[in-house]
Design a protein around this ligand. Structure first.
Ligand code: SAM
Length: 211
């Protein structure tokens, strides 16, 4: 009976690969400043927004969002040292009214206040966050994922960008669609940006209506 045994081995291998991928996701790799700025521009962040960075590292995206886009921002970071560093930066920059950090696991966090979410995480991790994001975010909320897509969602826009060091990156913008569009269709339509122009219009209208 070789077949079931082989099948089990491959399941174990897949599980080990997923675990390795999730462990790599714990690594802090900062988004270059120029790329962070373009992520926030792509989402058309404005003073009325609340930006959440899931896995906020040294806190650069929430701090940049507050300083240059005038919004409120929250960073969720599980690493205690990075969290403390971010807190200190906020205190030093006198941004306590605009920026907050949580030393927490984003798989258990509450994103309901977010109007914009930024992600620089592996696709496997984005995949695990997907249903939580879909249930917490309101219509018109934007998600910008750097380099790694959110599996099962179709991007409204995909934009190649460059860092200050001329390194290529890719941004994926998703916009929370109207509930009536997502209700009777499959769940990826919950985030707009589809070949269907009706869905694309809703996504872009949600972004455009902010200006
Ligand atoms: C690739 S870094 C991105 C840092 C930051 N967002 C940026 O763009 O500069 C990913 C960050 O996610 C954090 N992280 C990984 N898993 C996490 C989890 N379950 N909850 C909270 N933070 C997590 C890591 O500690 C790391 O700082």
């Amino acid at each position: 009976m070789k077949w079931p045994f082989r099948k089990r081995l491959s399941a174990i291998t897949q599980l080990q690969e997923s675990l390795a991928e999730l462990q790599k996701a714990a690594m802090f790799v900062p988004t270059p400043w120029a790329v962070a700025r373009q992520m926030l521009e792509l989402a058309q962040v404005g003073p009325e927004d609340t930006v959440y960075d899931l896995g906020s590292g040294d806190g650069r995206i929430p701090i940049l969002a507050a300083q240059e886009f005038g919004c409120k921002a929250v960073g969720i970071e599980k690493d205690a040292e990075l969290f403390r560093y971010s807190q200190q930066r906020v205190a030093d920059l006198n941004l306590r009214d605009q920026v907050a950090f949580q030393n927490a696991n984003f798989f258990e966090a509450d994103f309901r206040p977010a109007t914009v979410v930024t992600l620089y995480l592996l696709s496997a991790v984005n995949g695990h966050l997907q249903s939580r994001l879909a249930s917490h975010l309101r219509q018109g909320s934007r998600v910008v994922a750097l380099d790694f897509e959110v599996p099962g969602w179709r991007a409204c826009r995909t934009a190649p960008v460059k860092s200050e060091g001329n390194v290529d990156y890719t941004l994926h913008l998703y916009v929370r669609a109207a509930p009536e569009l997502s209700r009777n269709t499959n769940r990826d339509v919950a985030f707009a940006g589809a070949p269907d122009p009706r869905e694309a219009r809703v996504g872009l209208a949600a972004v455009g209506s902010r200006s």
